[in-house]
Ligand binder design. Structure first.
Ligand SMILES: NC(=O)c1ccc[n+]([C@@H]2O[C@H](COP(=O)([O-])OP(=O)(O)OC[C@H]3O[C@@H](n4cnc5c(N)ncnc54)[C@H](OP(=O)(O)O)[C@@H]3O)[C@@H](O)[C@H]2O)c1
Length: 299
């Protein structure tokens, strides 16, 4: 039995569907008050738990072989709820936990440069003291963001923005590929402490070349400034547009991720673990941009 927390979310829902597709017994833990519509979207068994009640949460995961966390939030979630999930897993004697890491290699980024990733580092330090085997899945940035929330490819300008160097490699994996791999890792009793996966490692210059090929128009790289200037912009954005309390992705947080990527901080270790499980097909940036281009005329 694999337990999944965060199954109402994007990544968590996909992990559950992958596990079900692989024939693994899977049970999603959801918090009380989850709407029937959100519950209906989850495949397989669901147990409603009060994460504040560690003993009851432990009872809900009795006999499980792995707990997968796909929770997302700020400190109350990453350290609070996920901390309770960890305590419950230890109490229930569950041998393995996959924390909700799913990021660039946050162990390597300078502390204080990425609020959301600093939380993962704090959770890592806590979880490594616990009596449970951890497997962190590091996937770089979600590739899906290249067609939306990560504004580096500017189709109107036929340009790819970059800070620092246009030749800095960056790691990207789609949400779907991350979920497919995570489901297999959850079923793998020998999974190691760290698994690095990467659909595509590309530079801004590569992105311009790929976008140009897909859109059949030349794209250029456009310098947006130095890494230091991006750091100054982040400081300014924090002051003038701090976001609402509890806002997970204010603009400055997105800029912090971009700063880490363009500074080469948190690049994944190689060789990647993409081939650890058979039958997976890795989506490349060209696939994602081609799919996006198909929709352009239909928007
Ligand atoms: N590498 C990247 O580029 C990248 C990008 C985006 C996300 N991620 C990571 O991927 C992971 C999953 O993110 P996602 O985008 O799939 O998240 P999401 O769609 O926002 O889902 C978040 C999940 O966490 C649950 N949750 C939040 N607060 C909770 C609480 N207080 N108590 C219980 N459950 C709570 C939600 O449950 P409810 O439905 O009950 O609220 C939901 O199931 C996270 O680690 C995130 O940082 C990585």
């Amino acid at each position: 039995m694999i337990i999944v927390a965060g199954a109402t979310g994007d990544l968590g829902g996909r992990i559950v569907r992958e596990l079900a597709g692989l024939g693994a017994p899977v049970c999603s833990l959801v918090r009380a008050g989850t709407s029937p519509e959100r519950m209906a979207a989850i495949q397989g068994e669901i147990r409603t738990v009060d994460f504040d009640d560690v003993r009851a949460t432990a009872a809900a995961m009795e006999g499980a072989s792995c707990v997968v966390s796909a929770l997302s939030g700020l400190e109350p979630v990453v350290l609070g709820v996920q901390g309770q999930l960890l305590d419950a897993a230890v109490q229930a004697g569950v041998p393995r936990l996959i924390p909700s890491d799913f990021a660039i290699d946050f162990r390597k980024i300078p502390p204080g440069t990425n609020r959301n990733l600093d939380l993962r580092e704090r959770f890592r330090r806590r979880a490594e003291q616990a009596d449970i085997r951890l497997t962190s899945i590091l996937n770089g940035a979600f590739m899906d963001m290249l067609t939306g929330v990560m504004p580096v490819i500017q189709h109107r300008l036929r340009s790819v923005l970059y800070w620092g160097s246009a030749d800095q490699p960056m790691d990207f994996t789609t949400i779907a590929d991350t979920a497919a791999f995570t489901a297999r890792a959850a079923m793998d009793n020998d999974s190691p402490r760290l698994l690095n996966i990467c659909g595509d490692r590309v530079t801004a210059r590569d992105l311009a070349q790929i976008a140009g090929t897909v859109r059949q128009q030349p794209y250029r790289v456009l310098p947006a400034g130095t890494i230091g200037m991006l750091g100054l912009m982040i400081g300014l954005a924090k002051r003038v547009a701090p976001g609402k309390p509890g806002d997970l992705y204010p603009a400055w947080q997105g800029m912090q991720y971009m700063r880490n990527l363009f500074a080469g901080e948190g690049m994944l270790d190689t060789p990647f673990d993409n081939d650890r499980y058979s039958g997976l097909r890795w989506t490349r940036v060209e696939d994602v941009l081609r799919e996006d281009a198909r929709w352009v005329g239909k928007r």
